[in-house]
Design a protein around this ligand. Structure first.
Ligand SMILES: [Zn+2]
Length: 266
């Protein structure tokens, strides 16, 4: 994937000179980002098409998709970058997973949807992934990959040929791993989004508990690059206390049962 991105970057004619420093929408800090939002969008479009081709089909249930997207849009609207053009989709895959692609394309698997039991929990997962995008974690990863590739001299024909062989999208998504700090920030900013969108902050805690329980029985991809769930629950509880968040927001259990669980045959 990084070679594809590099290729896209080169193909866009902007090279490495044009990116420079950008202000992080979440932290307000200046940072080196070698990819523009427009380039990120293009990469996201290309990757999204391949994810749906190779990783899992988009779920063919428009009511379910509309529901997932509307919950996601409720988060996007109050995020740091509401004009990003976020989209939220369910894909048919048994792994327990959710991920964000460049440009605000966010996916959740049917495997994870079946583990959750409320709208607030769904919103918590989508808020975490949304925060990876708004806090520019993906742009930072792409920048890092570009710098590594450039350092190794991986440009030109070799990059072109491997870009053509984008066979294993799962592996590529895994290579897009975030740092622990980025994961923690996505949890914390995600928690803020969840509350701001009108949900109970405990949706985030419950999601961590569900993932923790589910991890005992089978592989949870969401975990492979994420901090230990016990630690996550600890710092999330601290933030709920520090921010003075109350547990009175929406839970949406029946909405979730109607729009997701019953439609997935659960
Ligand atoms: Zn994450």
């Amino acid at each position: 994937m990084k070679t594809l991105w590099l290729l896209l970057l080169v193909a866009s004619g902007l090279g490495l000179i044009c990116g420079g420093c950008q202000t992080n929408p979440v932290t307000g800090e200046e940072q080196l980002i070698l990819v523009s939002p427009e380039q990120e969008k293009q990469m996201g479009r290309d990757t999204a098409a391949q994810v749906e081709k190779e990783l899992g089909q988009s779920v063919k249930d428009q009511q379910l998709q509309n529901y997932i997207n509307s919950v996601g849009q409720g988060i996007a609207r109050i995020s740091h970058t509401p004009d990003e053009g976020f989209s939220y989709k369910a894909i048919d895959h048994q792994s327990v997973n959710a991920f964000a692609l460049p440009g605000g394309y966010i996916y959740i698997t049917t495997g994870l949807l079946k583990e959750l039991n409320s709208e607030a929990q769904l919103a918590a997962v989508l808020a975490h992934e949304t925060a990876h995008v708004t806090a520019r974690h993906i742009a930072q990863q792409i920048t890092r990959d570009i710098l590594i590739d450039t350092g190794l001299g991986v440009v030109g024909s070799q990059a072109a040929s491997s870009a053509m062989r984008v066979a294993n999208i799962v592996r590529q998504l895994e290579s897009m791993s975030f740092t622990r700090e980025q994961e923690k920030q996505a949890d914390e900013v995600g928690l803020d989004y969840l509350v701001k969108a009108g949900f109970t902050p405990y949706g985030m805690i419950e999601t961590m508990e569900i993932l923790q329980r589910a991890s005992g029985s089978r592989t949870i991809e969401f975990f492979s690059t994420h901090p230990n769930p016990e630690n996550r629950i600890g710092y999330l509880q601290e933030r709920i206390y520090e921010k003075g968040y109350r547990g009175e927001g929406k839970t949406g259990q029946s909405e979730y049962a109607t729009n997701v669980l019953s439609r997935l045959g659960k």
